[in-house]
Design a protein around this ligand. Structure first.
Ligand SMILES: *[C@@H]1O[C@H](CO)[C@@H](O)[C@H](O)[C@H]1NC(C)=O
Length: 333
């Protein structure tokens, strides 16, 4: 009896540990003039058990601070570097030699993202060729495990219901080319998905409960039932991928979150806390109705409130204030 009690307790403790060790990622946005030093930020990630970190440019200070950290890292190229990375293999080799090779033995770079939300736009046609050149550059120095991809927003012409998901006419051809490349490597397409903006722009028709992963009655889409706007948005994107023959490309969520201030009552500390807590419970346990087994890597936007962003909601996405105190209890560290 006593033994089995101890045994059960150990199992329970391990399950709890396992449940805590979720694949949580947080975006490390750095548009603030009062943010902690990169080394303190990396220590904060580690202390909080945050496993993945995304940076938007290959900052040498951040990369140096990441050495030996074991975090899974997503490194972005600067958008304005895309034309040269796309047109010149030498430029791509040089990017990899500067930003990847020096860290290959002590940083777990898991993703490289060619552009953040550049489709549609003047850089869009450079994305696929830039991915290919960076892949070639990595392969030429024997690095084959890094997923090379890009980050898009919800570039859909329609997303409701999810079965209507389709890329806009100006993005379809580019997305065909990008996913053609991703299909060959198994890299995910990365998606910035913001139920907040959908909800705040139409609160008369979208319920807060649906935005917060806690709808009681589902939205029915054929054989599928949606209890959250997040799932509906991701699945609309998945349907759009299928429509261009790219249903096998996995989706990773590169940004999602909820602002704590700037557009009351939709923004609030309570709403942000609820959204992010329910998001984590959801994405670490299950996929979406159309891909129930597909656990997605998911990054929460963002680590800190960033005071160099535009006034209002844009400055208020952080889990932490710049002085490292939490904006709300969420991650225990
Ligand atoms: C897609 O790729 C093809 C073949 O490389 C190229 O000719 C075409 O211009 C690309 N289209 C877009 C929109 O990037």
């Amino acid at each position: 009896m006593e033994h089995s009690f101890i045994f059960v307790s150990i199992i329970t403790a391990q399950l709890l540990l396992f449940a805590d060790a979720v694949h949580i990622g947080v975006d490390y946005g750095r548009l603030g003039n009062n943010l902690p030093a990169p080394r303190d930020v990396i220590n904060l990630y580690k202390r909080c058990g945050i496993e993945s970190l995304r940076i938007y440019d290959p900052s040498p200070q951040v990369l140096d601070a990441l050495r030996g950290s074991n975090l899974r890292v997503s490194v972005g190229t600067r958008n304005e570097d895309l034309p040269s990375l796309a047109s010149s293999q030498a430029a791509a080799n040089s990017w990899v030699n500067t930003n990847v090779a020096p860290y290959r033995n002590n940083i777990n770079i898991n993703w490289i993202t060619l552009g953040n939300e550049v489709i549609p736009g003047p850089y869009a046609t450079h994305v696929a060729p830039a991915i290919i050149n960076i892949q070639n550059a990595l392969r030429s120095i024997g690095l084959t495990g890094i997923k090379v991809t890009t980050v898009t927003s919800m570039i859909l012409a329609s997303s409701y219901p999810p079965s209507a998901g389709a890329f806009t006419s100006e993005t379809t051809a580019v997305m065909r080319n990008v996913t053609f490349v991703l299909k060959q490597t198994g890299a995910p397409i990365m998606l910035n998905v913001y139920p907040y903006f959908a909800y705040a722009s139409d609160p008369a028709h979208i319920s807060l409960d649906y935005a917060m992963f806690r709808a009681r009655t589902p939205i029915v889409d054929g054989q599928f039932q949606y209890f959250s706007l997040f799932d509906a948005m991701v699945d609309a994107y998945y349907v759009a991928l299928k429509r261009i023959g790219a249903g096998s490309v996995p989706i990773a969520v590169s940004e999602t979150g909820w602002p704590t201030a700037g557009n009351s009552p939709y923004t609030s500390i309570a709403n942000a806390q609820t959204y992010n807590r329910n998001l984590l419970n959801h994405v670490t346990r299950q996929g979406t109705p159309r891909k129930p087994g597909g656990i997605m890597d998911t990054f929460i936007f963002a680590m800190f409130n960033e005071n160099k962003k535009p006034n209002g909601i844009e400055q208020n996405w952080g889990l932490f204030y710049p002085n490292i105190s939490p904006v709300y209890p969420f991650i225990h560290c």
